[in-house]
Design a protein around this ligand. Structure first.
Ligand code: BGC
Length: 385
């Protein structure tokens, strides 16, 4: 049920594995990696591999992790890979060669780091997967993430609420429109295990409405492969939305809503819709568009009645959890899990710590995002950090 992508990058990976095998074997003593509970914290370096800086959240994640680990006295080697798989492989190779004590990895493609994970294991370096599951390899010690399936459920519920099919208690609305209402569906990058969980949670929630004809996908593109957005790129989503509009919504067909899995994609989709003369606000006829990550630009759009919803995942808490898990591992202890069943990576069920998520709408953005102190009033007004 918890699908993940089985595609691997074997050709590129084999040569690296051979090189690393040597490094790892010769690495006993000085320069060899892995935790040393006897050592001073500053002598323990945590290698932190991050995917990209184009999404706001990964910048925040990185800053929080670095600050938190350094606050505990550990040394941090943090690298961003610009969403390029070979770059991330090289960065991790280097961390292993330099003898880090532990690795914290937010992958680009969860199945592409097998030779790195094997080399880490050979050098005694424990690996924590950060937010995105590392798949198809048994050398993954722990996983910290959010409840990703629930993200998808919440995205679908927000869509149903925006379409008037659910009321504010998320029960069947009494005055629900009969439909059929047209929606289009977007998914994330197929090589990111999360994308499959978001999708599954959303589709399971929407399926009864497809089955009874309340919702329709005019394009017929209802498979994740058709809905996917490679590398989570905004422009790709915007282009696909433009094509869907010209191909399927030419002659008076009305689009009521779009399932979008992340805020940058939501904004690309909204651009495409507005460029076709829809909206500019939901009140003025813009379709209901969902989101994820509570990026500041999207919170402003929600406040302005343009984007309908997002999902807030407090990455401060995720970084905190990653630090707690790293500390346990560096002290030679097992990190505390709260889920030991959900995250089968194809080779093993990875013990995980899952955090809660929160739906954000125009009705509650003030409370969830401003009163909570996450963003200031000024930031929401300007749409900038
Ligand atoms: C994360 C999302 C993010 C997406 C694109 C996913 O793995 O869980 O928060 O929007 O990647 O970066």
């Amino acid at each position: 049920m918890h699908t993940h992508n089985r595609r691997t990058f074997m050709l590129g990976a084999t040569a690296t594995a051979a090189a690393l095998g040597l490094a790892a074997c010769g690495g006993e003593g000085a320069g060899s990696g892995g935790p040393d509970p006897e050592a001073e914290p500053s002598e323990q370096t945590v290698g932190v591999a991050m995917p990209t800086q184009t999404y706001e959240r990964w910048v925040a994640d990185g800053n929080n992790i670095k600050e938190g680990l350094e606050g505990k006295g550990f040394t941090v080697d943090m690298q961003y890979a610009g969403d390029d798989i070979p770059t991330q492989q090289q960065q991790i190779d280097q961390m292993i060669n330099s003898g880090v004590s532990a690795l914290l990895i937010a992958s680009i493609d969860g199945a592409s780091l097998s030779s790195q994970l094997d080399a880490a294991a050979a050098a005694g370096i424990p690996v924590i997967a950060y937010d995105r599951l590392l798949t198809d390899n048994e050398n993954v010690d722990f996983y910290v993430t959010f409840d990703n399936y629930t993200v998808g459920v919440n995205q679908a519920n927000a869509l149903l609420y925006g379409l008037g099919l659910l009321d504010e208690d998320f029960e069947e609305a009494e005055d629900a429109p009969e439909g059929p209402l047209n929606v289009e569906l977007f998914a994330g990058s197929l090589d990111d295990n999360n994308a499959h969980l978001f999708w599954q949670g959303a589709i399971d929630t929407l399926q009864p409405y497809f089955d009874d004809g309340t919702l329709e996908v005019l394009s017929g593109q209802m498979d994740i492969d058709q809905a996917a957005t490679q590398r989570w790129e905004q422009e790709t989503a915007q282009k696909r939305m433009e094509t869907l509009l010209t191909t399927h919504y030419g002659s008076g067909e009305e689009l009521a809503g779009v399932l979008a899995p992340a805020d940058p994609l939501s904004r690309g989709i909204i651009n495409a819709l507005q460029n076709r003369g829809m909206g500019p606000t939901i009140e003025e006829g813009l379709p209901v568009v969902t989101g994820q990550d509570a990026e500041i630009a999207s919170i402003k759009l929600i406040a302005d009645g343009v984007q309908h919803s997002t999902i807030f995942k407090d990455t401060r808490n995720l970084a905190e959890q990653a630090i707690v898990a790293s500390e346990s591992i560096l002290n030679g202890e097992e990190p505390e899990a709260n889920d030991t069943e959900t995250y089968d990576n194809g080779m093993k069920v990875v013990p995980s710590y899952l955090l809660d998520v929160q739906m954000v709408l125009q009705d509650n953005y003030q409370e969830t995002m401003v009163d909570s102190g996450y963003y200031s009033e000024e930031q929401v007004e300007s749409g900038q950090l």
